[in-house]
Every structure is written in structure tokens, then in C-alpha cells.
Ligand binder design. Structure first.
Ligand SMILES: [Zn+2]
Length: 278
């Protein structure tokens, strides 16, 4: 009997022992450690991968920055080379660009390039006061014709005719003016800048330049001095505005007024005058 219950007891003891088996505990601890180690390894791997990603990102960014810098440098070098080429005649002058800008600023005189303007025949610049009767101050944006007039006031000088235009601002007598007045001694007075309109021809003030001519002769023909100065001025104007001799008109050709009277009554003289403009 005692023998019969003994194996059961022993088995129970065995089970208890087994539960307390130190190897079993060690084994589970070993697994836990291995899991921890695996986890640490995985974390380390992730960290390495992350570090690698950041390192690559840094390399790509650096390469990109270097590339941009290289492009900027290349553009700067090219623009410098261009600037040097432009100022070959003046190798010592390092400030090529500011000089070019300054030249551009003075390039426009009365709407004309400084170079072309510099070739104009000698004249006295004596602009009228801006006023609604003789110098409206409106822009003259295109020049398609040059009109020739006579003052219709025999024996008066260029200065006197200029004064007449100037006084219109007070007398309000009428609206009248011209860009130039040529005296019977050949002197030229400029009354209105070439980039402003004059009041000289009813319908063509907006796209033309007008020249008044003084005269001494009863028939209205010009003195040789007036004639020569007029030819010189017409030659410069047609060249400057890229016009032909056919763009030189009498006031008569626009509105029928007998102005300039001699060259209306003597068609051949007018044709000769136009031919004299080289
Ligand atoms: Zn006229």
C-alpha cells in the first residue's frame, strides 16, 4: 500500500522539481536576452541606416550647393568677359558697366540719340515758355513730315518772330509756333524741343516738324543765307528721322494756305529746293 502511493508522491515531487528546474528558468532568461539583443541589433541597424540616409542627403545637398555656386560663378565670369569685350578701347576703365549706363542716360536729347543730335547744324536754343497758345508741351512721338513756312511778315528777324510766338501766351491772339525760325541772315533759333509738338499746321502738328523762314524780298523768296541754312537743316532732319525729300512739304501741301508764298507760286523753285537737300 505504502508502495502504491509512493510513485505518485515521487511524481509530484518530480513535477515540483521540474517546475523549479533552474535550467528552465535560465533558458527563458536566455531567450529574453536574445530577444533584447536582437532588438538592440535591429535598433542599431535602423540607426545605421538612418545615419547612412542622412550622410547621403548631406552629400547630395552639398553637391547641389556646389553646382549652383558653379553656375552663378560661370554666369558672372561670362558677363564680366562680355563687359570687358564691350570696353576694349578703354582697358584701364574698370567701371565699364556704370559708364555704359551713364552713356545710355545721355543718349536721348530731344528724343534723338546724342550721336545724331551732335551733328545738327548750328542754332540758338531759345525755347518758348510752355503755354497753351504756342508751346502746349505735348509729346511729339513720331515725325513723318517736315513743313516749310514763311513768316508772312517781310523784313522781320528770327528773334522778332520768336518774341511774337512767346507773347501769344499773354495776348491770346491766336495759336501759332514752329520748332525753328530761320532769319534772313541765316541764323536759326529753336523755339520748341524736337520731342514736343508745335502749332504750325492744322492737322499735322502731331507728327511733323515745322520751320518758319524770314524773308526780305517782296515776292517772298528767301535770301541765299536763309536758303542755305534751310537746306542744311532739312538735310539733318531728313537724315535724323530717316525721311526722304518727298517728306519735305510746304504748309501749302496741307491745307492749301499760300505758305511759303514764293514756293507755292514757283513750283520749279520748290522742286529745286528739295533737290538741293542731299
Ligand atoms: Zn505756314
Amino acid at each position: 500500500m505504502g508502495q502504491a502511493s509512493s510513485p505518485k508522491k515521487e511524481l509530484g515531487l518530480e513535477l515540483t522539481n521540474m517546475k523549479r528546474n533552474p535550467y528552465l528558468v535560465d533558458y527563458s532568461q536566455f531567450q529574453k536576452k536574445r530577444r533584447e539583443r536582437d532588438f538592440a541589433k535591429a535598433a542599431a541597424r535602423k540607426k545605421r541606416a538612418r545615419m547612412l540616409f542622412y550622410r547621403r542627403l548631406a552629400v547630395v545637398t552639398a553637391a547641389f550647393v556646389v553646382l549652383i555656386a558653379a553656375v552663378i560663378l560661370a554666369v558672372w565670369a561670362l558677363s564680366r568677359a562680355g563687359g570687358t569685350e564691350a570696353s576694349l578701347g578703354n582697358a584701364i576703365d574698370e567701371s565699364g558697366e556704370p559708364k555704359a549706363l551713364w552713356e545710355e542716360e545721355i543718349q536721348d536729347i530731344q528724343g534723338i540719340s546724342a550721336e545724331a543730335f551732335g551733328r545738327h547744324p548750328a542754332w540758338t536754343e531759345d525755347f518758348l515758355t510752355v503755354n497753351e497758345y504756342s508751346r502746349p508741351g505735348d509729346a511729339l512721338t513720331e515725325v513723318n513730315s517736315i513743313f516749310v513756312h514763311y513768316t508772312a511778315n517781310r523784313g522781320t528777324s528770327a528773334a522778332q518772330n520768336r518774341s511774337y510766338f512767346e507773347q501769344l501766351k499773354d495776348t491770346h491772339e491766336r495759336s501759332a509756333s514752329a520748332h525753328f525760325i530761320i532769319g534772313y541772315e541765316g541764323e536759326i533759333i529753336q523755339c520748341i524741343p524736337l520731342d514736343e509738338i508745335a502749332y504750325a499746321v492744322q492737322t499735322r502738328n502731331e507728327d511733323s516738324i515745322s520751320i518758319e523762314c524770314c524773308y526780305l524780298s517782296e515776292d517772298g523768296s528767301f535770301t541765299q543765307e536763309t536758303y542755305d541754312a534751310l537746306i542744311e537743316l532739312l538735310a539733318w532732319l531728313t537724315e535724323t528721322y530717316d525721311l526722304t525729300r518727298d517728306d519735305i512739304l510746304r504748309h501749302y501741301d496741307c491745307g492749301g494756305k499760300k505758305c511759303p508764298v514764293y514756293y507755292v507760286e514757283h513750283e520749279d523753285a520748290w522742286e529745286l529746293l528739295k533737290r538741293d537737300v542731299k
